[in-house]
Design a binder for this molecule. Sequence first.
Ligand code: MEV
Length: 308
Amino acid sequence: MARASAPGKLILYGEHAVVFGEPALATAIDLRTEVYARLHDEWLVDGASLQDSKYAYVRRAVENTWDGPPLWIEIRSMIPLGCGLGSSAAVTVATLGALAALKGRIDIGALAKDAFEVEQSVQGRASPIDTSTSCHGSAVVVRRQEGEDVLWAIEKGDRRWLLHHASLPTTNLVVGNTGIAAPTGPLVAAVKDRVERDPRAADAIREIGEITIDGLRAFERGDFVRAGELMDRDHELLNLLGVGHPLLEKFVAAARPHAFGAKLTGAGGGGSMFALTDDPEAVRTAIERAGGKAFVVATESKGLEAAP
Ligand code: MEV
């Protein structure tokens, strides 16, 4: 039997813009998905059919990379589904990790590309930020120019992403979950539509790219005040792109008096927001009083772990 686990992620800056090839910065978080796989006489996922729509990412991972006999696959996850915390990336990466472990061959760069292809084909349009962060762990930044700490490059059509390792100082991040699961694919498609129609949306995409690089620099020098201001601006721009939600506004407003900054994270349209703060308990309480489910997450250095 093979076993693999992969972390969820939090996008600090750059969601949606990264789909257009702009920079983005994400960190792995200490919520993980585990996948177990063993040879079996029929296909099973959590005791159900591999054809079940719940398992679209697992099925695509199998179709793209496995030509062996049927498998019995079991999934255990701590990452809330569809809430912007990388549940689909983690299940994709952990499934590919378990399949690679069964084959006795794990090449993390190749696996990151396979994971992106799975997300792209299930979602319709995607960037590799979620899957690469789940593969690598720590923090990952997409940059336009290749730096020393490059991990891998991923291309799709005329878009090219250079994924780099980023070292961030330890921070307190408090997540506020709306409990509204919003599928990423339609939100990404709606942003593309808006960018094609509205030049202000195209400008917002470019500004988010600039914010990401400024935000990375602010984190690297431990300037959380500036990092927080940039998060607030990124959140405004994401609203302009049409991916906000009234509950996200409520939680962001509740968190800000106790935080350096707060913004939605992931695809939006529901899902989650997070705040950067030196008083996590105050932020957690404020979000809960505003009606949200709040919890503190830590950054996670471990990416994919897989063993036969
Ligand atoms: C979702 O976590 C992040 C998006 O930018 C989509 C993607 O990058 O694939 C909205």
